[in-house]
Design a binder for this molecule. Sequence first.
Ligand code: NAD
Ligand code: IPM
Ligand code: MN
Length: 353
Amino acid sequence: MKTYHLALLPGDGIGKEVIPAAVRVLNAAARGFALAFEPFDWGCEYYLRHGRMMPEDGLETLRPFDAILLGAIGHPTVPDHISLRDLLLRIRFGFDLYVNLRPVEILPGLEPPLRGKRPEDIHMLFIRENTEGEYAGLGGRFKRGTEDEVAIQQVVFTRKGVERVVRYAFEQARRRPRKRLASATKSNAMQYTMVLWDEVVREVAREYPEVSVASYHVDALAARMITHPESLDVVVGSNLFADILTDLGGALQGSLGLAASANLNPGERRGPPMFEPVHGSAPDIEGRGIANPIAAIWASALMLEHLGETAAADRVMTALKAVMAEGRVRTPDLGGKSSTEEFAAAVAGHVKA
Ligand code: NAD
Ligand code: IPM
Ligand code: MN
C-alpha cells in the first residue's frame, strides 16, 4: 500500500491545537493508502531551549518528506521577525515554494458578512507570490539607536519570479468556469517593481486569450473585495499585497479560522510542498481548546489533493461541508460553543460514515 510520509510542524499557540484536529480527520480519510506522520517540536519553545527555531540542517531533514503540514508560528516570548523568518519563511524560500494558493469561499451554512451578498458571490482563488518581493529580507539598519537612525528594507522583483507565479495564476484561471484573472498592482506609486509586474502580466496574458485579465491597484482591489466580490475569480499578487488581501479574504469567509493555504513549487521539486492555515498562533485564545480547526482541515484536504489522493480530499471537504451545513457543531469564532476537538470529531465521524 502506498504510504505518504508527512512532516508535522504544529509550531506555536493554536498551531498545537489545530494540527492534532487535522490529523484526526486525515486518519479518518486515509483509505487505500497510508499516512505516516513524523512530528517535529520546532517553534518558539524550541528556540528558548536551543537559540534557534529549527536545527541548522532542518531543511535537509524535511526534504525527503512527501509534504509538510504546519500549524502556526509565533509567540510573544520570541520577536516575530526572528521566529517567522527562521522557520516559516526559511521553508518557503529554502524549498522555493513560489506559489501560495489561498481559496476564499463561503462554506455551507454560513452567510457572507457583507450585506446583500450571496454565498456564491464570494468565490476567489488567491495566488500569492511566495519567495521574493517585499519579503526578500534585504536591507539593514544604520546609526542604530541614534536620532539619525535609518532602516532600509529592499524589495526584489525578478522577471523570472513574477513570470512563473503569473503564469501559474493564468493556468488556474483558464481551468475555472469564469476564466478571470485580477492582478494586484501599485504601479501608480512604485515605478520600477510594479511596472515590471504589470508588463509581465500583459506579456503572459497574450498566451491566454481565453482568460479575461484586469489589473487593479491594490488599494482599490481591497475595496472591490468588499463592494464587488462577485467580480473576482483568480487574483494574483505579490508577497505582501496578497498577504494583506488574504486576511481580508478570511474575514469575508466569516473567520480567519477558515482560510487555508498551500505552498507549492509547481514543475520543479526543490523540496516538499507545505500546507498550512492562513491564520497565526492566536496567543489571545491559545490553550483554551476553542480554536477553529477548519483552516487546518481544509489545508489537509489541499494536501491530499496535491498528493494525488483526490477521492480522499473530496471525502474531507464533503464531510467538512456537511458538518457546517448541519450547523450544530461550531467553534466560538462562528458563534458556536463547540471545542476544537468536538468539531474535528464531527468531521472525522462524517468522513468515516
Ligand atoms: P492571528 O491570525 O494569530 O490572530 C488574529 C485574530 O484571529 C486573533 O483574534 C485570533 O484569536 C483570531 N484567530 C486566528 N485564527 C483563529 C482560529 N483558528 N480560530 C479562532 N480564531 C482565530 O494573527 P496575529 O494576532 O496577528 O498573530 C499572532 C502570532 O502569529 C504572531 O506571532 C504572528 O507573527 C504569527 N503569525 C503566524 C502565521 C503563520 O505561522 N503562518 C500567520 C500569521 C501570523
Ligand atoms: C501568512 C503570515 C506570514 C506571512 C507571516 C507570519 C510571516 O501572515 O502566512 O499569511 O506574511 O506570510
Ligand atoms: Mn498573513
